[in-house]
Design a protein around this ligand. Structure first.
Ligand SMILES: C[S@@+](CC[C@H](N)C(=O)[O-])C[C@H]1O[C@@H](n2cnc3c(N)ncnc32)[C@H](O)[C@@H]1O
Length: 353
């Protein structure tokens, strides 16, 4: 069984967007195929028309460019009719067909209520599977192995057994970043910026680019969850919003509150970061972010795009085009991602190269 298909995890309800983007990305690489995705299932599977093209796609498609896919796993066909008395043996046999050494093993399921109900089944499976894999000659804690083994349950007796490249996949089980809500933050939105910093930067880059003493403008800052993240990093923030800011943030002396329109605000001097969580049409926010970068008002920007109910993929494509046009089509870096903490929205990171 060759792992010629691509299994993509996504937020439930975004299977269509996930399918649209993988189809477009594959077509760009000259790979034609079709997607099977049940609405609200939390995953989609891309089937290339030609099996060998699947390996090409799985090997070369950059995971980081995908917006709606939370994880990307190369899989053969679904393993079904697993015997209830011994699910581990057939899974281990399938794994042995994929490789002999893996960095780690993740037992996962879709991020849906149905998926959660499978946890009682998958939790006790771990030790059995470890033994069955050992018997099948598969090592699963090899720090030097470039691939990870995934067992993704889609029902009590059916799962995909596949592999991902550690360097070209999500770093978190189920592709979900689990963060604890900081009790001192004035809003839950804080988790979006916290996750964006984890998603878009590695540890070293994050410490370097969000260092003490750096400056930021937060557009649509009230009550201050995003500002709070920056203040925690000992940065200085101009918080722009007609709404109130959390007094504790103002007391730090690191925050200046400006009751102005975020679309008209201009910084007196360039800042390191502009972050923006204003609820507005995505194209308007994309244009605003591009203007900040084009004018050199900020070195980089992180902004949230609230998606419409329909044509959400098309809207992301449109925003990318708007940014490309505003910045002359090159010389910039853009990543867009639907974060674990994003709902009907995506988050983007844009900077000059
Ligand atoms: C989702 S909330 C921001 C939450 C904030 N990021 C946090 O973590 O607490 C959106 C904010 O954008 C502000 N907003 C919307 N349009 C704006 C505009 N044109 N100028 C400034 N603020 C605006 C709203 O007042 C609202 O406080």
């Amino acid at each position: 069984m060759r792992p010629s298909r691509l299994l993509l995890y996504c937020r439930a309800g975004f299977e269509k967007e996930c399918a649209q983007e993988i189809t477009a990305a594959a077509a760009e690489m000259g790979v034609e195929g079709y997607v099977k995705a049940r609405p609200d299932s939390g995953f989609a599977v891309f089937h290339p028309h030609q099996e060998d093209m699947g390996a090409e796609l799985g090997g070369h498609l950059e995971f980081r460019r995908l917006v709606f896919a939370r994880q990307m796993v190369r899989v053969p066909e679904l393993l079904s009719a697993l015997p209830e008395a011994d699910r581990a043996s057939p899974i281990a046999a399938a794994a042995a067909g994929l490789g002999k050494r893996f960095r780690e093993l993740w037992i996962e399921m879709p991020d849906t209520n149905e998926g959660k109900s499978l946890a009682s089944l998958t939790r006790p499976l771990g030790p059995h599977l470890d033994k069955a894999l050992a018997r099948a000659g598969v090592a699963i804690a090899d720090a030097a192995a470039p691939q990870r083994l995934h067992v993704f349950f889609v029902g009590g007796r059916a799962c995909y057994v596949g592999l991902s490249e550690v360097a070209n996949s999500a770093r978190w089980p189920m592709g979900i970043v689990r963060l604890r809500m900081p009790s001192a933050s004035p809003s839950r939105s804080t988790l979006k910026l916290a996750e964006a910093l984890l998603e878009f930067f590695d540890d070293r880059e994050r410490e370097k680019r969000f260092a003490p003493g750096m400056t930021a403008v937060d557009l649509g800052a009230s009550p201050g969850g995003w500002t709070w993240q920056l203040v925690q990093r000992h940065m200085h923030v101009i918080a722009v919003d007609n709404g109130p800011m959390d007094p504790a943030l103002l007391d730090t002396g690191q925050v200046k509150h400006r009751r102005e329109d975020g679309f008209h605000f201009e910084p007196a001097e360039p800042v390191d970061w502009m972050v923006c969580d204003m609820v507005e049409s995505p194209s308007r926010i994309a244009r605003l972010a591009a203007r900040w970068v084009a004018q050199g008002w900020c070195a980089g920007t992180i902004f949230n795009l609230k998606l419409p109910m329909k044509k959400r993929w098309e809207e992301v494509v449109r925003c990318r085009e708007i940014i490309g046009e505003a910045l002359g089509g090159r010389g910039y870096f853009l990543r867009v991602k639907q974060l674990s903490h994003d709902r009907e929205e995506v988050t983007a990171y844009l900077a000059r190269r």
